[in-house]
Design a protein around this ligand. Structure first.
Ligand code: FES
Ligand SMILES: [Fe+2]
Length: 431
């Protein structure tokens, strides 16, 4: 596809539906976006001991994140150089001191170097050598870690991770700073949702302040009725979270949407942390660790979904990370991880689990509404009813600042910002 054709698909206030429906564009995205950007792979706590591994995808590339014997984390293509078999099964596990291919038992050190080949005599005089890199597992081009969050880029060149993250870096730091011990760990497994829609629809929704009142009406109305009619006006934590989607227009208008280069953004928090006994105990732990002033500074960075384009979204207030894996033009796998803040109680962690169950799990009464409208968008876009997807809300009113764009709470600036990045990845000629 010619770059000038791509350029015609993105306008300052709208995009052509083909960016969500054309498999050829999906193929290009895998190469030009997911083949270049820093992509979240996993958290160091998922591979605590040498030999522990976790598999995932970078675009279409299956990779394995492994803890090496020297303690370093490596990320290798999950591919045996003999016949191409994926060396480890999808998921997590322990390789032992070496990877061993299940097909013909070639073995590899945890940094991917070939260590052994059965029937060695058969390789004599063939030019085959254990030291030849073509017979080793290939490492990804670049790997970088921030507070245990591991990102990789398949491109040799490009900005470093910190420069790439820009203002979104503070969300990752705040995620870990919220632990009294300054460290977090994945806990509680992973929940997976396969969405029948394009990956960009999910990202656009994360900072879409225009949808909660409509899309989530059934859940917040039920929560309010329960509070009023059954609980005498008392709002437990679980219902407080659901109610947040029903705030009036003035609330959404007063929020701030802050966007950064490379497609990242965040929106202000839509509800404050509760002030119950669990929260007070936690605040005490944080103050004991950092002092009152610093603890206050950490807690007052109160961001709702941060978008780290194009691979993940941390929610710092409730220790959740959603990881986005595009599968095809109309299939997107979203993985939801919960984290434990080191130095906090089991009851505090339970609240993290509750938040995720209520808002983002497959059984959530909130997320099903989103997933349904994503599917409807995907199906409607494919129809002959129109060609363009509107991003007009407050278009022309984005305020630039060094490294990004600022918009009022009801603006569609995060979507426009994502397509600013999309266009620059997809081709220089794209405006
Ligand atoms: S495919 Fe891995 S050893 Fe043959
Ligand atoms: Fe939603």
């Amino acid at each position: 596809m010619a770059d000038d054709m791509l350029a015609a698909l993105v306008r300052p206030d709208k995009v052509h539906k083909r960016v969500y429906t054309d498999p050829a564009i999906f193929d290009l995205e895998m190469e030009r976006i997911f083949g270049q950007a820093w992509i979240y792979v996993g958290h160091a706590s998922q591979v605590p001991k040498p030999g522990d591994y976790w598999t995932t995808l970078i675009g279409r590339e299956p990779v394995v994140m492994v803890r090496d014997r020297d303690g370093a984390i490596r990320v290798l293509y999950n591919r045996c150089p003999h016949k191409g078999a994926k060396l480890v099964a999808d998921g997590c596990g322990h390789a032992g001191p070496l990877f061993r291919c299940p097909y013909h038992a070639w073995t590899f050190a945890l940094d991917g170097r070939l260590r052994g080949v059965p029937f060695r005599q058969g390789y004599a005089d063939t030019g085959f050598s254990l030291d030849d890199p073509q017979f080793s597992m290939r490492p990804v081009a670049r790997i970088a870690e921030r507070r245990g969050f591991v990102f990789c880029s398949l491109a040799e060149d490009g900005p470093g991770l910190e420069e790439y993250l820009g203002g979104a870096l503070a969300s990752i730091d705040n995620f870990a700073d919220r632990a009294p011990e300054g460290e977090v760990e994945v806990a509680g497994g992973v929940m997976r949702v396969m969405q029948h829609s394009n990956w960009k629809i999910f990202f656009e929704n994360l900072n879409d302040t225009g949808h909660p009142q409509a899309t989530h009406e059934s859940s917040f109305a039920a929560a309010r009725r329960t509070v009023r009619e059954k609980l005498g006006g008392k709002t437990p934590f679980q219902l407080h979270i659901i109610e947040g989607n029903g705030e009036p227009n003035s609330f959404w208008e007063s929020l701030e949407l802050r966007c950064y280069d490379h497609g990242h953004s965040y929106m202000d928090a839509i509800f404050n942390a509760p002030t119950d006994a669990i929260s007070l105990e936690y605040r005490g732990q944080l103050e004991a660790a950092y002092g009152v002033e610093r603890a206050q500074a950490i807690l007052s960075m109160n961001r709702h979904n941060t978008i780290i384009y194009p691979s993940c979204s941390p929610h710092t207030g409730f220790q959740q990370l959603r990881v986005i894996r595009p599968i095809s033009i109309d299939r997107t796998l979203v993985e939801i991880f919960t984290f434990r803040l080191k130095g906090t109680s089991d009851a505090f962690f339970q609240r993290t689990i509750s938040y995720t169950n209520i808002v983002n799990s497959p059984s959530s009464t909130v997320m099903v509404d989103d997933v349904e409208v994503y599917r409807r968008c995907q199906e409607g876009m494919a129809s002959d009813g129109g060609d363009w997807i509107s991003q007009h809300r407050m278009a022309g009113h984005d305020t630039p600042f060094e490294g990004g764009l600022l918009g009022a709470g009801i603006s569609e600036v995060p979507m426009r910002n994502q397509f600013r990045a999309w266009a620059s990845y997809m081709g220089e000629a794209v405006a």
